[in-house]
Design a protein around this ligand. Structure first.
Ligand code: NDP
Length: 280
């Protein structure tokens, strides 16, 4: 039976730690502040932004929301980002994705000052050991650390190569001395690769894709996928029932990686505030 890594508990621990760090900074006259930019009225984005602001409130981080109309031009958005880059009272800047089609996402993400890029998207694949890394993959590393699962020298297999999850996930595992294989939709003989994994991270958006026959005994499985079943409930990319008996550690959906993303965003904001304080 696999031990379930409880993302809700680990996320709570991270948020408690962030709360203490926020209080520490406030005692020294620094009020950590996250600027949240949303362009347009995409319903899912509105919910994500609301959840991020609620998390800020919970841990004592000030959140400043900038709600811009759908018609905002790329130049106007870059101008706002430049203003926030120059504002020393703002420590983190988050631009909620997706952006309207007429705005080039890359240009916007690159406009965010590297030290304030708490989503970790501007550097994309270029980040290094001490840089702020994208939140979801960083959450996966935190989940592994919570169970003292050593990454060093392990065969780590990542399914998915998106800029938001797969690629930065592979890089973070590599930075933690894992031996990393990245698989995607064109990968041949996938099962031969997944069966060799000591640590398998799945982020493809295909419900219950990974089944028990695709993993070896003693594997650690982290399921990043979030898919909706016909009845409205959520499931991951891993067929929990067939994989769990073979796994040493495994995450569930919901309650695994999901809660970690916002927790890591809060942590990144505090790291950005601490670093900006150290520089001033
Ligand atoms: P994308 O759709 O951007 O990327 C999916 C990746 O999976 C692609 O690289 C694709 O390959 C690969 N893929 C698709 N089918 C297969 C297959 N049969 N075998 C191997 N690889 C395959 O998705 P995201 O990375 O944005 O998200 C992945 C999942 O993670 C989604 O379910 C999403 O909802 C979830 N997610 C969860 C988060 C959380 O907080 N827990 C945060 C972000 C995402 P190719 O490049 O060749 O097309």
């Amino acid at each position: 039976m696999g031990k379930i890594i409880n993302g809700r508990k680990v996320a709570k621990d991270v948020l408690n730690r962030v709360k203490e760090q926020t209080a520490f900074l406030k005692e020294r006259g620094i009020s950590p502040c996250l600027a949240v930019i949303i362009v347009g009225e995409d319903p899912a984005s509105l919910v994500y932004v609301k959840n991020k602001q609620a998390a800020c409130e919970k841990v004592g981080i000030i959140s400043r929301r900038f709600s811009l109309p759908e018609s905002t031009t790329e130049e106007e958005l870059i101008l706002l980002i430049k203003k926030l880059n120059a504002d020393s009272s703002v420590h983190g800047i988050l631009c909620q994705l997706p952006l309207p089609r007429h705005i080039n996402e890359k240009s916007i993400l690159r406009a965010i000052d590297e030290g304030k890029d708490v989503d970790g998207f501007s550097a994309r694949i270029g980040f290094d050991r001490n840089d702020i890394a994208p939140c979801t993959p960083q959450g996966v590393i935190e989940l592994l650390a919570s169970e003292n699962i050593d990454i060093k020298g392990k065969n780590c297999v990542v399914l998915g190569r998106s800029n938001i999850v797969g690629k930065p996930m592979a890089l973070l595992l590599l930075l933690n001395d894992g031996t990393v294989t990245v698989c995607h939709s064109k990968t041949k003989n996938l099962i031969d690769i997944t069966r060799r994994a000591d640590i398998l991270v799945v982020a493809i958006g295909k419900p219950r894709f990974i089944t028990g026959d695709m993993v070896k005994n003693g594997v650690t499985v982290i399921d990043v996928g979030i898919n909706r079943n016909a009845d409205g409930s959520l499931c991951g990319d891993v067929d929990f029932d067939s994989v769990e008996p073979k796994a040493e550690y495994i995450t569930k959906v919901p309650g695994g990686v999901g809660p970690m993303t916002i927790a890591m965003l809060m942590q990144n904001t505090i790291v950005a505030a601490m670093r900006s304080n150290a520089q001033n």
